[in-house]
Design a protein around this ligand. Sequence first.
Ligand SMILES: Cc1cc2nc3c(=O)[nH]c(=O)nc-3n(C[C@H](O)[C@H](O)[C@H](O)COP(=O)(O)OP(=O)(O)OC[C@H]3O[C@@H](n4cnc5c(N)ncnc54)[C@H](O)[C@@H]3O)c2cc1C
Length: 361
Amino acid sequence: MFYKYLIDNFSKEFAKDYYDANQNAIENIAKIVEEEKIECDFERQDAYVFTRAQDEVKKIEDEVKAVKEIGGEAEFVKTIEPPIEDVLCAIKFPNQAMFNVRKYLKGLVNKILENNGQIYEDTKVISVKKDLNGYRIYAEGSVIKAKYVVLATHFPIIDIPGFYFLKMYQETSYVIGIETEHKLFEGMYINSESPTISLRTAKDDDKEIVLIGGMEHRVGAKINLENAYNNLERIAKEMYSDAKVRYKWSTQDCITLDKIPYIGEFSNIMKDVYVATGYKKWGMTTSNVAANIITNKILGKDSKYEKIFKSTRLKPIKNRWEFGEMIKETTNSLIINKFKDAKEGFEDVKKRRRQNCRDTR
Ligand SMILES: Cc1cc2nc3c(=O)[nH]c(=O)nc-3n(C[C@H](O)[C@H](O)[C@H](O)COP(=O)(O)OP(=O)(O)OC[C@H]3O[C@@H](n4cnc5c(N)ncnc54)[C@H](O)[C@@H]3O)c2cc1C
């Protein structure tokens, strides 16, 4: 459990700052949505971490204690609303937030443009090189000059220096959006054991749908893609016999070895280049934390939470087991698999990408 992990492996103060940084991010987003009048279905909802495994019950109890110990709000509850069988207990985190991130981003983009900001799409950056007055950013077909560079490209696009590929691994997970005629639930839910199941509702054009996520695995692991979606569909049908799949997504998330995102200076030897990565599947709030820390850095101001996420820290390498596993998986997925026959050609990938874009519209 995360906050107990933070207290045990870092300190109570560290866990408190981590909690506060994320709670602050929710309030920042709520303020932006209100002040900029962004219509993104923003609503306050309680979030729950539940379990169906007996050996997780004590961990849930301990996590509630850990959150309370750092002054956070958490409650131990025995039942949850969605029709999932055999739930033993859960942690309730009251007053969290749920919103449509695409509508939120569209609102932010409009505000940036209204304020004469410029956004370039389809401009893939290939490299970033130091020059006399700052940096030259080489994109396909263009060069951009900048004093500051923020690498917010999910996985950092520069390997050396930085060496983030040695400090992070990636997991793939899946989400389906289903429709049903049954009455839906309030709140957001995720289980504590593996494989993960997460549940929330979302407003689609014509009706409310349920998003069911999970079935994560390391990137590069051999799995049957359809099985992941079929398993989610099976869970959906167990909950709602009339469940019909409307959407399917998959995503890859960066996870750092010590589970703390990297936000701040990219490397000690690349001044004025910043990084924000390793969100551990929680990019909606962590990106807001990152935006504030990096903005302050560029403006020469201190941030209360920057020490928590310091990206030039060396500590993660101490986690030897994860490090060994990561090297093994990276070698397998990036090197060994490259020598195997590709089952799909470029045209198939393009076709699948077009199909996915249609699915996620
Ligand atoms: C279906 C789904 C549900 C999710 N649910 C939740 C949730 O409930 N809560 C939550 O917190 N998180 C959730 N997430 C995860 C969250 O979306 C991610 O954590 C977050 O998007 C990661 O943000 P990022 O900025 O690091 O990367 P991204 O959002 O991937 O953004 C990186 C950007 O960089 C651009 N880029 C990459 N390389 C280059 C390059 N070379 N040149 C130029 N541009 C480049 C990409 O085009 C992209 O626009 C969900 C994700 C999915 C797919």
